[in-house]
Design a protein around this ligand. Structure first.
Ligand SMILES: Cc1cc2nc3c(=O)[nH]c(=O)nc-3n(C[C@H](O)[C@H](O)[C@H](O)COP(=O)(O)OP(=O)(O)OC[C@H]3O[C@@H](n4cnc5c(N)ncnc54)[C@H](O)[C@@H]3O)c2cc1C
Length: 588
């Protein structure tokens, strides 16, 4: 039976000992009421619900999957009760607007909650987390009437939300989409077309569903400049069923308890959100929010996989410890004594905890961009969010997948069989590298739009921020040279992109994945340096939790010694430019 304990101690370390979040929240009017006690109570309650209601349904939900009959979807046994407990606890609206029934908690805190639920049961959690994203879009771009009509129900979980972008011939390239929206006399629109792969497009958890749909007006320009956004309720205000129905659900490698639907719109009534032809820009509000959330899916998966691998490595006896002092009186020692098993575990721990700190940092920038009283600070934070969102989504999910595979390896053959749960984590987390924009497309967004076309300005602001952290007295002297080298690699790679992409348009795409990896690596490196310094200072205090802090210091040292050197190789790869990829199509 897989184990999972919400990482309460580490979340408290990141939020309050590393970032002093309570001080930051106090400084912003919108979050001034949130103090450490409240935040820890939220994390504790969320952790308990994830452990007690979500986790027990993870394996059974995978085995049973969703079923589809006559346009209706039945979710696996137990999902309805667990969803109801989540919704009734007010969790859907945790970060929602207080005027409409949300709780207004800072993003820095809600990402922590998202990690725990994603770890415990990603299939089940996708339903409410998409609703929270849809509610955010309505709150940002909907009319006042729309907000009053839908937000309270969405925060209460009685109405859920979807995002309907993908069509059979329009995946990464949304400019190709064909769903039509014909104006009706009363100002609403009739939507016709078929969307595929729609998460939570139909289910039995909530009374109603609002679909946020991208479609084209009759006179719309070609491409992405001609896309508008519509809110299409499953059930209309007069109680009538709207002309939108699920045609099928997909049979998938993982997240089998999450219904992935074909949705047919057959003249369905929709209500425009925002301006005509400006729908994609509005949808990006939701997509940015969802991207950080889907990143948390990767992080949560990495954490539960690590916890299970660690528990197994403590128990399983195989082989003798290389160091005589560590040998027990038994015929064999626990797996944990073997350096290669420690390598696998420390790699997971270093990426999970580095990621947790990075998620809190990106969450903080989202809060500052929205709530800071200082315009300059808000603008800088908004730029950092734009630059770092593709990094968070991609780096969390790539490292989360790697971590699940490493954890599976720690269990040897037992990692491959269903009983221990590890193979499910690998299958479930794999989709996070694909949806919400594939990781390749995210890397292009970072390297091309956010760096090459921006002349490297946002990257420069971020590099200066990191340089400031190296100068922070908490950054240990011994970790500074490695960090400085990696930062220089990042600055040189940024210059390469900013200076040479105009002359060589294939350059950003050729090096995008390496550039994103380098950005992720450098991000974790500065955070790890500060975490090691923070842990060392706490360790000197009387009554400190020495095991936790020693683990923190060891993982940070490991990251800097064994993982950070990859920065040099990434820089070398980037320096080779587009040439190695300039292969004639016929030659492949
Ligand atoms: C389980 C599941 C749930 C989903 N949920 C939703 C949902 O709720 N709502 C929704 O709208 N969609 C959803 N999707 C769709 C998902 O977002 C798309 O599958 C994804 O965006 C990729 O589109 P595609 O599958 O058409 O791949 P393609 O766009 O055909 O891409 C195929 C490959 O080519 C690469 N590629 C494509 N274009 C470029 C380019 N210009 N430069 C470099 N590389 C490129 C991609 O990175 C990818 O590796 C879901 C998909 C799945 C499988």
């Amino acid at each position: 039976m897989p184990v999972y304990t919400a990482p309460r101690r580490d979340l408290a370390f990141v939020l309050f000992e590393l970032f002093e979040a309570d001080r930051l929240w106090r400084a912003m009017e919108a979050t001034a009421e949130v103090d450490r006690d409240l935040a820890e109570a939220v994390i504790d309650a969320g952790g308990k619900l994830a452990e007690s209601a979500f986790l027990p349904l993870n394996a059974s939900g995978d085995a049973e999957g969703c079923t589809f009959e006559d346009g209706s979807v039945t979710t696996p046994a137990g999902f309805r009760d667990a969803y109801a407990a989540y919704a009734e606890g007010g969790w859907v609206g945790l970060g929602g607007e207080p005027e409409y029934g949300g709780q207004g908690m800072p993003k820095m805190l809600t990402v922590a909650v998202e990690e725990m639920f994603f770890a415990a049961n990603p299939s089940l959690y996708l339903y409410p987390v998409l609703s929270a994203g849809a509610a955010l879009l309505i709150a940002s771009h909907g009319s006042e009437a729309m907000k009053q009509r839908w937000l309270p129900e969405m925060y209460a979980g009685t109405t859920s939300g979807t995002m309907c972008l993908t069509e059979a011939h329009a995946g990464s390239d949304l400019g190709l989409l064909r769903t039509r929206a014909e104006p009706l006399k009363d100002g609403s629109h009739a939507l016709t077309g078929t969307k595929i792969f729609i998460t939570g497009g139909e289910h039995d958890l909530a009374e109603n569903i609002v679909h946020l749909v991208l479609a084209r007006l009759p006179d719309a320009p070609q491409g992405s400049a001609g896309i508008s956004l519509f809110l299409v309720p499953k059930i209309l205000d007069d109680g009538e069923r709207n002309a939108v129905a699920a045609g099928a659900i997909e049979h998938k490698m993982g997240i089998r308890g999450s219904a992935t639907c074909v949705l047919n719109f057959d003249g369905a009534r929709g209500f425009m959100i925002g301006e005509p032809n400006r729908g994609l820009a509005c949808m990006f509000t939701m997509m940015n929010y969802e991207r950080l959330s889907i990143g948390m899916q990767g992080l949560g998966a990495g954490e539960i996989a690590y916890q299970n691998a660690l528990a197994y490595a403590r128990e399983r006896l195989q082989g003798r410890a290389p160091v005589a002092d560590e040998r027990s009186g038994d015929a064999a020692d626990p797996l944990l004594v073997h350096p290669d098993v420690r390598r696998m575990l420390l790699t997971q721990k270093a990426y999970n905890e580095g990621g947790r700190a990075f998620a809190a940092f990106v969450g903080l920038q989202l809060d500052l961009s929205k709530h800071s009283n200082d315009d300059e600070e808000a603008r800088k934070a908004a730029n950092l969010v734009a630059f770092l969102t593709p990094v968070a989504k991609t780096y969390f999910t790539d490292r989360g997948f790697d971590g699940c595979v490493l954890a599976q390896q720690v269990l040897g053959g037992h990692g491959y069989v269903v009983e221990w749960g590890l193979e499910q984590y690998v299958r479930d987390v794999r989709i996070a590298q694909v949806y919400e924009g594939t990781n390749g497309i995210q890397a292009m967004d970072l390297a091309d739009r956010k760096t090459a076309r921006d002349g490297g300005r946002m990257a420069g602001v971020y590099a200066d921020h990191i340089a400031g952290c190296i100068a922070d007295p908490r950054c240990p002297e011994r970790l500074r040279p490695g960090l400085e080298n990696a930062l220089e690699s990042f600055r040189r790679a940024t210059r390469e992109l900013a200076e040479n992409s105009k002359a060589d348009p294939a350059l950003p795409g050729s090096v995008a994945v390496d550039y994103l990896e380098l950005t992720g690596l450098v991000s974790y490196a500065w955070l790890w340096a500060l975490m090691v310094g923070t842990a060392e200072a706490l360790r000197d205090q009387e009554g400190s939790d020495v095991d936790f802090l020693d683990g923190k210091i060891a993982a940070g040292e490991y990251f800097h010694a064994r993982l950070l050197p990859l920065a040099t190789i990434l820089e070398q790869r980037i320096a080779t430019g587009s040439t190695p990829l300039a292969v004639r199509a016929e030659a492949l």
